[in-house]
Design a protein around this ligand. Structure first.
Ligand SMILES: [Zn+2]
Length: 332
């Protein structure tokens, strides 16, 4: 019997122990329901899904895609934030909280990515796992975030291999009967991650030395820039309310001018208007929209994490090498 059923039984028992008649009645009903679901070939009422699989809830779409690769068809994986959403300052809805209360496991990135997460899970009786545990953390070097961890560790596919290991461990605890499946799925996906890492590095390694600056809106590319040997420059450190101040824009303009940077970029989840100001003031091209904090919808350019890394490497390489004429502004 999956372990999460034991947890539900424990919750029901705690409810019974609370003492009032109402609680006792509710607890008894829960126990009856639980034993019914146990006799019905081990099926559990997970709540978020029609199937009897345990439900794993992630904080954003990138994690959901990685988690699905590890879970295969054994778990139901969903994301709280939708494709295209701004994830740092997201405000969970009552529906999100109801959904989370019924989940069997919640995965978050950690490293202060989800500013809303602590409050979100407060009071919920649902285990959660921080998938970035164990990665080599890079610090933010500018603005008020100086010295804090840069949360965008998934922008290195090598780090995502550690995310996968953490997911294999968490899923195996949740559903021990399928531990071998999670391990095999994780190993296969890690090989794909290494493949896309090698592709990305090879693609960006072709850029001439004087065109190896990656200028973006958010400072979300530290890990990718480190892996690919690029210098990272950004307008603001982390998506937040106080972003794109005149000083931040001036700093980017000065860098682009001084270094004759041929193209600059912005991300899909924020407005590219500040970067268009840099374009207007410098003559650099707008190199295109990059994806970091969210996948696209299924019919968009980056429906999966592997697509996201391939897309970004391709857009950056083409724009900086001058083989692209510059993409139109594509931000929402
Ligand atoms: Zn971000």
């Amino acid at each position: 019997m999956p372990k999460f059923l034991f947890r539900r039984a424990k919750v029901a028992a705690r409810t019974l122990a609370r003492g009032t008649a109402a609680f006792r009645a509710a607890g008894a009903a829960a126990v009856v329901l639980l034993s019914l679901s146990l006799t019905a070939c081990g099926g559990a009422a997970s709540g978020n899904s029609d199937s009897d699989k345990p439900v794993v809830l992630t904080t954003f779409t990138v994690l959901a895609d990685v988690a699905r690769n590890v879970a295969g068809d054994k778990l139901t994986v969903e994301s709280i934030t939708k494709a295209g959403a701004e994830i740092h300052g997201y405000e969970p809805t009552p529906g999100d909280i109801r959904k989370a209360a019924k989940a069997d496991l919640i995965l978050d990135n950690g490293l202060n990515l989800e500013a809303w997460f602590g409050q979100f899970v407060e009071g919920l009786d649902v285990p959660h796992a921080v998938v970035s545990d164990g990665v080599e953390v890079m610090s933010i070097s500018e603005d008020s975030y100086q010295g804090k961890p840069n949360p965008h560790a998934w922008m290195s596919p090598v780090n995502v291999q550690i995310y996968v290991d953490n997911m294999v461990t968490a899923f195996s605890k949740l559903d021990p009967e399928n531990a071998a499946v999670f391990q095999a799925n994780g190993d296969a996906y890690k090989a794909e991650l290494q493949g896309v890492q090698d592709e990305m590095k090879a693609s960006l390694a072709g850029l001439p030395e004087n065109q190896r600056a990656l200028v973006t809106c958010e400072g979300a590319f530290s890990y990718l820039a480190r892996d690919a040997g690029l210098k990272e420059v950004y307008i603001w450190a982390v998506n937040a309310e106080q972003q794109a101040t005149p000083q931040q824009i001036t700093r980017a303009i000065e860098y682009v001018k001084a270094n004759q940077v041929p193209a600059v970029f912005c991300e899909s989840t924020v407005s590219d208007a500040p970067m268009q100001q840099v374009v207007g003031a410098t003559g650099a091209k707008f190199g295109g929209t990059l994806y970091v904090d969210s996948l696209s919808e299924a019919d968009g350019p980056v429906p999966t994490y592997l697509d996201l890394i391939r897309h970004d490497a391709d857009v950056i390489t083409k724009a900086l090498a001058g083989t692209s004429t510059g993409a139109p502004a594509g931000a929402k």
